[in-house]
Design a protein around this ligand. Structure first.
Ligand code: GLN
Length: 497
C-alpha cells in the first residue's frame, strides 16, 4: 500500500470516512514527512504541529460521535504565508512582517476551518509575492523536490514544493501574474488561478489588488474540485467578490471531452519556449484530440504587450499597497535613531524590504507620478483592455485554450536572479489571464529531461468547471500527475508508532 503522504485527498477522505485511518494518523504522517524532507526542501516558514494535532484530534472525536463531515475534514493542508492566519505568524517572507501575527483569519481560512481541514503550517514565498523562483524570500530559498539544485518557481514555491514532496495533500497560493500556475508547472502539481472575484481576497495581504487571486495546488483535478468547493463563493468582506452561485465542481468531472472546442493560441507557440516544453504541450494536444476534443488555431494578437503592461500595473498597485508599511502601525520598525519622521520611515523601509520589493515600489511610484501617468499607467490599462478583448473573441469560438504554462522547466537556483528581465519573461504565458481576470489551470503534462512540464488551460470568466473537466479527462488518459518526485530525505523514516 502507498504511504499515507502519497494519497490524494479523494483517496484519503474515503479511508477517513470508512474509519480505516484517523485524522491524527494522517496528520502525523505528514508531520513526519515534513521532518524527513524539510531539511532539503525548505517549503515551510512555520510548521504548526501542535495546532494541527489538536485539530486532527477534534475531527476524530467528531467522527466518532457520528458527525457528518465533508471531504476535507482531517485533510492536512499548507498555506502560503501571504494569507492571514489568526494567532499564527504571517510573514510574506519579508523582514517587514517577520514578527507579525494577524488578529483575524482570511475568509479562505474560515472556510477551510469550517470544512475541518487541518493547517500544517505557512509556506515560503518570494517576498510579498514578487518573483518567480522563491529566491526573493528574506529567509531562505525553497528547493524543487524534483531536483534540489533547482527552484520550484514562484512566488508560491513553498506551497508547490510542499505538495510535490508529499509534505501536504494540498496547499493554497496566490496568483497575481502566474504565482500559482508557474510553480505548479515546475513541480508537477495541479494549480489553479480562479476567475478574479471567485475566491475572496479578504485577509490576503495585498500585492496588486486588481490582479491578486488565491488558488490551490493539488495532485489531481478531482482534489482541485474539492478545494474549490470549499473556498469559492461570495464574500461581503471583499468588494470585488463575485455574487454568483458556486457550481458543484466535482459534477463537472464527466471524464468526457468529446466535441469540446479547444483553441491553440498561435502567439503562445513562439520562439523562446524550450523545445522539450513545446513537445510536451503538442503531445497533450494530440491526447485531447484522441479523446474527441476539436482542436483549432486561434489568435490573441496583443499577447506580446502583456509582460510590459503587467510590469507597469503590478508595480503601480504595489507601490500604493505597500505604503502602509511605515514602521508606525505594525510590522518592522527601525531602531536607528532618526532625525525626522521621513528619515525614520526611510530607515524602516530601507531595512525592512528586500531589493526586488524596492525595485517594484520605485517602478510603480515612477509610473504613477505626474507627467508619466498617461504615458505608462494609462497606456498599460488600455493594453489590458485589448488583451481582455482578445480573450472575449477567442471564447466565442472555443470552450478553452491550451498553451505551455511556462516557457521553461525548473531553472537552477541563482540562474536568473541577477537578471530581473529574464525572470519577468518567465511569466509571459500566465500574465494575460490575470490582466483579463479569466481563469487558468496548470496540469502535469509530461516531462522533459526528467523535469515536469505544465500544460496551461485557459477558460472564460467562471469557466473553472470546464478546465477541471478537461484536466480530469487528461489525467484519466495519462499518469503524469501520479508521478511524485523522489525527494531525498535528510532524516530516516518517521518515528515508530
Ligand atoms: N512573477 C510575477 C511577479 O513577480 C508574478 C507574481 C505573482 O503572481 N504573485 O510579479
Amino acid at each position: 500500500m502507498a504511504e499515507l503522504w502519497q494519497l490524494t485527498i479523494s483517496e484519503a477522505s474515503e479511508l477517513l470516512r470508512r474509519r480505516e485511518i484517523s485524522a491524527v494518523e494522517l496528520t502525523r504522517a505528514h508531520l513526519d514527512r515534513i521532518e524527513q524532507v524539510e531539511g532539503n526542501v525548505r517549503a515551510f516558514v512555520t510548521v504548526t504541529e501542535a495546532e494541527a494535532t489538536r485539530e486532527a484530534e477534534q475531527v476524530d472525536r467528531l467522527r466518532s460521535e457520528g458527525a457528518e463531515l465533508g471531504p476535507l475534514a482531517g485533510i492536512p493542508i499548507a498555506i502560503k504565508d501571504v494569507i492571514s492566519t489568526k494567532g499564527v505568524r504571517t510573514t510574506c517572507s519579508s523582514r517587514m512582517l517577520e514578527h507579525y501575527t494577524p488578529p483575524f483569519d482570511a475568509t479562505v481560512m474560515n472556510r477551510l476551518h469550517d470544512a475541518r481541514a487541518i493547517m500544517l503550517g505557512k509556506t515560503n514565498m518570494d517576498e510579498f509575492a514578487m518573483g518567480s523562483s522563491t529566491e526573493n524570500s528574506a529567509f531562505f530559498p525553497t528547493r524543487n523536490p524534483w531536483d534540489l539544485e533547482r527552484t520550484p518557481g514562484g512566488s508560491s514555491g513553498g506551497s508547490a514544493s510542499a505538495v510535490a514532496a508529499g509534505e501536504a495533500m494540498a496547499a493554497l497560493g496566490s496568483d497575481t501574474g502566474g504565482s500559482v500556475r508557474q510553480p505548479g508547472a515546475l513541480t508537477n502539481t495541479v494549480a489553479l488561478k480562479p476567475t478574479y472575484g471567485r475566491v475572496s481576497r479578504f485577509g490576503l495581504i495585498a500585492f496588486a489588488s486588481s490582479l491578486d487571486q488565491i488558488g490551490p495546488f493539488t495532485r489531481s483535478a478531482r482534489d482541485m474540485a474539492l478545494m474549490m468547493q470549499a473556498i469559492a463563493g461570495y464574500d461581503r468582506l471583499d468588494s470585488t467578490s463575485i455574487n454568483a452561485p458556486v457550481p458543484n465542481y466535482a459534477e463537472a468531472l464527466t471524464g468526457d471531452v468529446k466535441g469540446l472546442r479547444i483553441g491553440v493560441p498561435s502567439e503562445y507557440f513562439v520562439e523562446g519556449t524550450e523545445p522539450g516544453v513545446r513537445a510536451v504541450v503538442e503531445q497533450a494536444i494530440e491526447t485531447l484530440k484522441s479523446l474527441g476534443a476539436e482542436v483549432g488555431e486561434c489568435s490573441l494578437p496583443h499577447t506580446r504587450y502583456g509582460v510590459a503592461a503587467y510590469y507597469i500595473i503590478a508595480p503601480a498597485e504595489c507601490s500604493a499597497n505597500l505604503a502602509r508599511y511605515d514602521g508606525v502601525k505594525y510590522g518592522f520598525s527601525s531602531k536607528q535613531p532618526a532625525g525626522s519622521l521621513i528619515d525614520y520611515m526611510s530607515e524602516t523601509r530601507g531595512a525592512g524590504f528586500g531589493s526586488e520589493v524596492k525595485r517594484r515600489i520605485m517602478l510603480g511610484a515612477y509610473a504613477l507620478s505626474s507627467g508619466y501617468y498617461d504615458a505608462y499607467y494609462l497606456k498599460a490599462e488600455k493594453v489590458r483592455t485589448l488583451i481582455k478583448r482578445d480573450f472575449d473573441s477567442a471564447f466565442e469560438r472555443f470552450d478553452a485554450l491550451i498553451s505551455p504554462t511556462s516557457p521553461s522547466v525548473a531553472f537552477k537556483i541563482g540562474e536568473k536572479i541577477a537578471d530581473p528581465y529574464a525572470m519577468y519573461l518567465n511569466d509571459v504565458f500566465t500574465i494575460p489571464a490575470n490582466l483579463s481576470g479569466i481563469c487558468g489551470l496548470s496540469m502535469p503534462g509530461g516531462f522533459s529531461d526528467g523535469l515536469p512540464v505544465g500544460v496551461q488551460l485557459l477558460g472564460p470568466a467562471l469557466g473553472e468547471p470546464m478546465l477541471l473537466r478537461i484536466a480530469d479527462a487528461f489525467e484519466q488518459a495519462t499518469d503524469y500527475h501520479k508521478q511524485m518526485a523522489a525527494t531525498p530525505s535528510t532524516k530516516k523514516k518517521g518515528r515508530s508508532r
